[in-house]
Design a protein around this ligand. Structure first.
Ligand code: GCO
Length: 266
């Protein structure tokens, strides 16, 4: 029987994760490194990245850092060139970086809206375009297998498909990412780069600290989520490993919900 078993390993693949010094980005990077990838941790604070990277080395995992602001494409281009030099190319990109801004509509400034769109959506387009250029440069050595030059994952949200008060910019950006995934899947799929998304539910992360301090909101999440709880960031790693792995070789344009069933039920 030929080797048809699904392969979840990521050995030899260099994968850049933006916003990876903590939270979901760090958890996904840890899971992919444990599956053999060389993860390149991005963030704005070089010291935080070095700290995070040290822990990977201590665990015998392969990691590097690429400090830049995803709003600064000149710096991103320099970082991508450095990744190409150090790691012989780039196989994967996870667009995860971004922050939250919650405010009653009357107090939600135009600048705050623009800024959220820029950091979550525009930067994902700009970085994906530049990363895809590197992925498409990959020489195909084994013509017997389907062309597999790379993977891009955009981190979406339950707010990609549902709204809630006070977060119009985040919801607009995360919804826009779904459209970006579909567009890039159409452009890049034929050339061997799969583009997908992961839509997390409510996770125990820094971005959600203000919500976790609100007992009523926390209770609402627990009641609204069939699994009745908030998730640990480590529960997101498997989805990233899967979508980056050969096991997902024919998955393109898909958004994988990791939300305990929240968006599956009324
Ligand atoms: C919020 C939260 C959410 C979560 C996550 C849910 O204010 O509702 O920040 O946006 O962070 O994105 O998928």
């Amino acid at each position: 029987m030929d080797n048809w078993l699904p392969d979840f390993r990521l050995d030899g693949k260099a994968i850049l994760v933006t916003g990876a010094s903590r939270g979901l980005g760090l958890a996904m990077a840890q899971a992919m490194a444990a599956s053999g990838a060389t993860v390149v941790l991005n963030g704005r604070d070089e010291k935080n990245l070095e700290e995070a990277c040290k822990a990977f080395a201590e665990a015998g995992l392969s990691a590097d850092i690429a400090p830049f602001d995803v709003l600064d494409m000149d710096a991103a281009e320099d970082a991508l060139a450095e990744i190409g030099k150090r790691h012989g190319g780039l196989y994967g990109l996870i667009n995860n970086a971004g922050h939250q801004h919650r405010s009653p509509l009357e107090e939600f400034s135009d600048d705050a809206f623009q800024e959220l769109i820029a950091v979550h959506l525009t930067s994902a387009f700009q970085l994906s375009k530049r990363a895809a250029k590197m992925m498409l440069d990959t020489e195909i050595l084994d013509e017997s297998k389907p062309v597999d030059r790379g993977r891009i994952i955009n981190i979406c949200s339950v707010l990609s498909s549902h709204g809630r008060p006070t977060v119009p910019a985040y919801a607009a950006a995360k919804t826009g990412l779904v459209g970006l995934i579909r567009g890039l899947a159409a452009d890049l799929g034929p050339r061997g780069v799969n583009v997908n998304g992961i839509a997390p539910g409510y996770f125990l992360t820094e971005i959600n600290k203000p919500l976790l301090a609100d007992k009523a909101f926390t209770a609402w999440v627990e009641n609204r989520t069939p699994m009745g709880r908030w998730a640990d960031p480590r529960e997101l790693g498997g989805a990233a490993v899967y979508l980056m792995s050969p096991a997902a070789s024919f998955v393109n344009g898909h958004v994988l919900s990791v939300d305990g069933g929240m968006t599956a039920v009324l």
